[in-house]
Write a protein that binds this ligand. Structure first.
Ligand code: ARG
Length: 400
């Protein structure tokens, strides 16, 4: 029987050419699998038909938008997942859900191998292949760009020679990956890290310099998940979409960083994640109000480790799962409303309201009605500083 390869198909030039390229290099039949994670652009049926026209034996499309939002973006929100304190894991969270669908399709269509269009220099190859090994230990992986020498020039050549129904003329200067959680732009002009991003780089956000009048949103959270915006119930997908639009038009969520890739390369990345950044800012503040101090401090460490694991392609790892359980436990009391003002590229919290708040007005106030017995602070400070005081006395005795 002919071997079958499941290919992660985007509908673009490289993966369209990869269909025939893999077939010729391996003799296998190619099953194209496209997964909708809210990347926008062409509709799935068009993409499916193109895969077939490019020679795929079968083409399969999955609308994973709600699943992606609920099961991948929401955990990232609950973790306040910002790699290097800046990058909201846009591509990193999408790879595991795509992987899951690839492995499901491989089983369904009796494929022995999974193929993806990543290069050998990035994180995404690691995320796909570690995920595939974990979910489908019997599956092999190939990456035509990396393993079968499919360069851009060869792809254009191949598409033209074989009359593939895909444009080869439109040359995008950037490598772009996008989904509902955000958009990543790299390569080209941006590789000179002194070059400021030009206007054409952005798509999810408008220029914050000329933003419209301020926009105020009230976001209701339940257990760390946004469940309503301005009183209207929303699904996780809707919450992200609405905030993408509203925060995006205010220019919120533009990020320009040099980032440490897992493979040891530093790379320049431009991100736009208006919805993700607005939601994270709101969520973080609601945590400040509702999570006890020691739990909050420890959660920050856990969230950072979680973020690194996810960035490094360890979504399906045991440690990531254990940290999930911790994070989920911390979210039980993260309920309430945040008022978020968005303007000129910034999202600022201006109000909080919560039934599970730990903020106690009577403890905090400096006005009448103070219930805090200030006389107790003296003894507390005496004991709190004791160990340093003892150590310092020793050092002074020794003349250090
Ligand atoms: N550097 C980011 C990451 O590793 C974004 C990768 C985007 N991928 C792409 N093909 N442009 O998560």
């Amino acid at each position: 029987m002919t071997e079958r390869v499941v290919l992660a198909y985007s509908g673009g030039l490289d993966t369209s050419v990869a269909i025939g390229w893999i077939g010729e290099a391996t003799g296998a039949e190619v099953i194209a699998v496209a997964v909708d994670v809210g990347q926008g652009g062409e509709d799935l049926e068009t993409i499916r038909q193109r895969a077939l026209d490019c020679g795929a034996a079968e083409a399969y499309v999955a609308d994973a938008r709600d699943e992606f939002a609920a099961e991948y973006c929401m955990p990232a929100l609950q973790a306040n997942g910002l790699y290097m304190n800046a990058y909201p894991l846009v591509s990193a969270v999408s790879r595991p859900v795509i992987t899951k669908h690839l492995v499901t399709a491989a089983k369904k269509f009796g494929a022995t191998t999974v193929a993806h269009g990543c290069t050998g220099k990035g994180n995404d190859q690691v995320r796909f292949e570690v995920g595939i090994q974990t979910l489908g230990p019997d599956l092999k992986c190939i990456a035509p760009v990396r393993d079968l020498a499919l360069t851009r020039e060869k792809a254009i050549d191949y598409a033209e020679k074989n009359n593939l129904p895909i444009a080869t003329t439109k040359k995008n200067p950037y490598s772009i990956d996008q989904n509902v959680w955000g958009r990543a732009v790299e390569t080209g002009y941006l590789e000179d890290i002194w070059n400021a991003p030009t206007k054409d780089v952005y798509d999810y956000t408008d220029d914050p310099t000329f933003s419209p009048a301020p926009d105020t949103a009230i976001i209701t959270f339940k257990e760390g998940i946004p469940v309503a915006i301005d009183g209207q119930a929303v699904t996780p997908l809707e919450a992200i979409q609405i905030m993408n639009r509203r925060a995006g038009s205010q220019g919120v969520g533009r990020i320009d960083i040099v980032e440490d890739r897992l493979v040891g390369i530093k790379s320049r990345e431009i991100y736009e994640a208006p919805g993700a950044m607005a939601l994270i800012i709101a969520h973080q503040e609601l945590e400040n109000v509702t999570i006890e101090r020691e739990q909050a401090r420890f959660k920050k460490t856990v969230g950072q480790r979680w973020t690194e694991l996810v960035y490094d392609g360890q979504w399906f790892s045991p440690l990531k799962k254990s940290l999930d359980a911790f994070i989920l436990d911390t979210q039980k009391m993260v309920n309430g409303e945040i008022r978020l003002e968005m303007h000129g590229g910034r999202a600022t919290v201006t109000g909080r309201r919560s039934e599970t708040s730990l903020y106690d007005f009577n403890l905090a106030t400096y006005d009448e009605g103070d219930t805090f017995d200030q006389s107790q602070a003296r003894g507390f400070i005496e004991l709190f500083g004791m160990s340093s005081k003892v150590a310092s006395a020793r050092d002074q005795r020794l003349g250090l």
